[in-house]
Ligand binder design. Structure first.
Ligand code: GDP
Length: 536
């Protein structure tokens, strides 16, 4: 049994694609799906964006804005491997969502615009990957444009990533003079031709054994490329898969996504270089004490964690879908599963995988796979789901909001709809919802301003609750705990007007300035003020 599990999980790859907006993430995603055979026709990204049917964009608002608000999941099979691709929202205001997606993957594919180098949003994503030592594969895109020198780009990536780059392919020329890429592993040059209809096998490959012919064909570009390639390979360490897996070096590929060029090399790298599902840390109670336990992908008991909850993806259904990253075991339809937080059985109305644009019923799924449970509630972000074992996965964080707004309902008769909407959007993690203990209007807390706009829009379109958002005095929140209930009571008695409960019913202290927390901490040294909440 276990060896079958091991075989199944070892052929899985689960990765996130990260980039600054406009670097070419959507285009690359589409090409990866195309070349793996997951989709038949790649429409041009522009056409898709215009027709509002982007492969990975579901929600109306993101179609309107042309940015990815929701992260989405796509599964493809390639070379007898199961590749799970998770898209991440590019906009900084949704960084929380992105952070959670990155907890669900084993590696990341970073797309860089060769003209712009490492941009602001990529930098933030890199930080998150670095914190978790997530292995990163780098794709330098848009080589068909006038871009920066490859050595210069590598240098910048190395500085920003804080780890050496190991070039796997090397560009010959760029822009109008882009000749192609040299594959350092196969020692052959793939010759560039523009056009989005070209299949990978249509590109001409010339072995490096006849360099004279290549020099004649590509002229000065060839000499420059050979010189810089030599410098780059001389300066970079030898490829070391262990170092890559530990997040200590990144393999770099060059290409042009829109022209299907250099994309196959990336797909192969995901299979050949990227890691299979890794063990995950969880907490179990032993004699009522929390103890860390590692869950291995080949363990036979089903376990997984909800890293994303999304409501009403299909406007015709008022249900929610909980995205679960499987950490171990095998999923089969009809199996009994339990939500650990509530100890209740999970009774989904359907369970799906995400085959490119389609949702399909799951036959079986293994560690590394993302499956979606459609439910009418009872599942929250951060929930651990198992076949029975009492354990809780750690590491899915909620950040204390820095922006707050009060919610004013325009039509008081829609209170029920508002409450339902806020409860669901709160559980999804689209926004954090705080109910002041002293009563009064609900508070919304966000990390990015745009989250408010999305929530306001969704309350109106999905819940028919038209609201006005008003500024308020709060600028921060801390989740509150104490070892001793008496200490906690003394604290709550002292600050009755500053307390609120969030969507997971966790107590929080609202502050109006950074000094607030410090003063309160001085007054109540036994109270813990948490800027992060890990799970319910
Ligand atoms: P995203 O915002 O990162 O998802 O970027 P998109 O995939 O939507 O691409 C942004 C723009 O860059 C689009 O107009 C693409 O057609 C264009 N683009 C993507 N890849 C390339 C490329 O390799 N070369 C050129 N010239 N343009 C590209």
């Amino acid at each position: 049994m276990s060896s079958n599990f091991l075989a199944e999980t070892s052929r899985r790859r689960t990765f996130a694609i990260i980039s600054h907006p406009d670097a070419g993430k959507t285009t690359l995603t589409e090409k990866l799906l195309l070349f793996s055979g997951a989709i038949q026709i790649a429409g041009s990204v522009k056409a898709r964006k215009a027709s509002r049917h982007a492969t990975s964009d579901w929600m109306e608002i993101e179609k309107q804005r042309g940015i990815s608000v929701a992260s989405s999941v796509m599964q493809m099979s390639y070379r007898d491997h199961v590749v799970n691709l998770l898209d991440t929202p590019g906009h900084k205001d949704f960084s929380e969502d992105t952070y959670r997606v990155l907890t669900a993957v084993d590696s990341a594919l970073m797309v860089i615009d060769a003209a712009n180098g490492v941009e602001a949003q990529t930098r933030r994503l890199i930080e998150v990957c670095r914190q978790r030592d997530t292995p990163i594969i780098t794709f330098v895109n848009k080589m068909d444009r006038e871009v920066r020198e490859p050595l210069d780009i590598l240098d910048e990536i190395e500085r920003e990533l804080g780890m050496p780059c190991v070039p796997m392919t090397w560009p010959v020329g760029q822009g109008k003079a882009f000749g192609g890429i040299v594959n350092l592993r196969t020692q052959a040059m793939t010759v560039f031709e523009s056009g989005s209809e070209r299949r990978p096998q249509d590109f001409e490959a010339v072995p490096l054994t006849a360099p004279e012919a290549l020099r004649e064909r590509f002229g000065a570009e060839w000499d420059t490329a050979m010189e810089s390639m030599e410098l780059a390979t001389g300066a970079s360490p030898a490829w070391d898969r262990e170092a890559f897996l530990a997040g200590r070096q990144t393999p770099v590929f060059f290409g042009s996504g829109v022209n299907n060029f250099g994309v196959m090399e990336v797909l192969d790298a995901l299979v050949d270089l990227a890691p299979s599902p890794q063990p995950r840390s969880s907490t179990v109670l032993v004699n009522r004490q929390p103890v860390t336990r590692e869950v291995r992908p080949e363990d036979e008991d089903f376990s997984g964690v909800v890293f994303k909850v999304q409501a009403n993806m299909d406007a015709n259904h008022r249900d929610r879908i909980a995205f679960v990253r499987m950490a171990s075991g095998k999923y089969t339809p009809g199996m009994k599963l339990k939500v650990q937080r509530t100890a209740k059985e999970l009774r989904p109305t359907s369970v799906v995988t995400f085959m490119s644009q389609r949702r399909e019923a799951v036959d079986e799924a293994f560690a590394g796979d993302i499956i979606g449970f459609t439910t009418h509630g009872g599942v929250q972000l951060g929930d651990t789901i198992t076949g029975g074992a009492a354990l809780q996965f750690t590491g899915l964080p909620f950040f204390a909001p820095e922006l707050f707004m009060t919610v004013i309902l325009k039509n008081p008769l829609r209170t029920k709809q508002l409450q339902q909407g806020l409860a669901q959007l709160g559980e999804e993690g689209a926004i954090q919802v705080f109910k002041p203990d002293a009563g009064g209007a609900m508070l919304l807390g966000a990390v990015g301003q745009l989250q408010f706009e999305v929530v306001q829009h969704r309350l109106k379109t999905e819940y028919d609750a038209d609201v006005r958002l008003e500024g308020c005095q709060y600028t921060g929140a801390r989740w509150i705990t104490a070892e001793n209930p008496a200490d906690l009571r003394a604290f709550t008695d002292a600050y009755p007007l500053r307390l609120a409960h969030d969507a997971a019913d966790t107590l929080a202290y609202l502050c109006t300035s950074p000094y607030d927390v410090r003063l309160a901490q001085e007054r109540f040294p036994k109270i813990h003020f948490h800027p992060l909440r890990e799970h319910a």
